[in-house]
Design a protein around this ligand. Structure first.
Ligand SMILES: [Ca+2]
Ligand SMILES: [Ca+2]
Length: 150
């Protein structure tokens, strides 16, 4: 059973100020799956399964309000194992419209990319998934274990 870590806020437990997604809705604590809501699988990157996080699909983004209450945003990002070695995406983290991190292009066979961003003073966090330059086929993109630390 999942036990939340004390003091940590999971992005998947926050309301979304806005949401765009390339295939159905952004899923909470599961992979994107198909077009219906809540039809995903456990979030999985390179064989590691995650209890918490967002299951997204390029091209899209999620915006959440931080109100300046957090110091760090961390996650493991990549293409979910549900599409095997397919899918090429890129992730961006923006704070109040300013780019804080760009991962560059990540493919379905790549390991999880560790994200650790200073969000001190950030009021609005945007998590964006881009198509990696080759269109959006199989672009099931996970923000696994996406968490905010005060
Ligand atoms: Ca779905
Ligand atoms: Ca792509």
């Amino acid at each position: 059973m999942f036990v939340p870590e004390p003091g940590v806020t999971y992005v998947s437990d926050l309301p979304f100020t806005s949401e765009r997604n390339g295939w159905g809705p952004v899923e909470r604590d599961m992979s994107n799956g198909e077009r219906d809501p809540a039809d995903g699988n456990p979030l999985a990157l390179a064989g590691t399964v995650y209890d918490k996080g967002l299951g997204a699909h390029a091209a899209g983004e999620v915006v959440v309000e931080l109100g300046g209450a957090y110091r760090r945003f961390t996650a493991e990002v990549g293409v979910d194992d549900e599409v095997g070695a397919k899918g090429i995406v890129a992730f961006e983290v923006l704070g109040d419209g300013r780019t804080l991190l760009s991962t560059g292009v990540l493919g379905g066979a790549d390991p999880a990319f560790p994200v650790d961003v200073d969000v001190t003073g950030v009021r609005q966090l945007t998590l964006r998934v881009l198509d990696g330059g080759d269109g959006v086929d199989s672009d099931h993109a996970d923000w696994a274990d996406a968490r905010l630390v005060p």
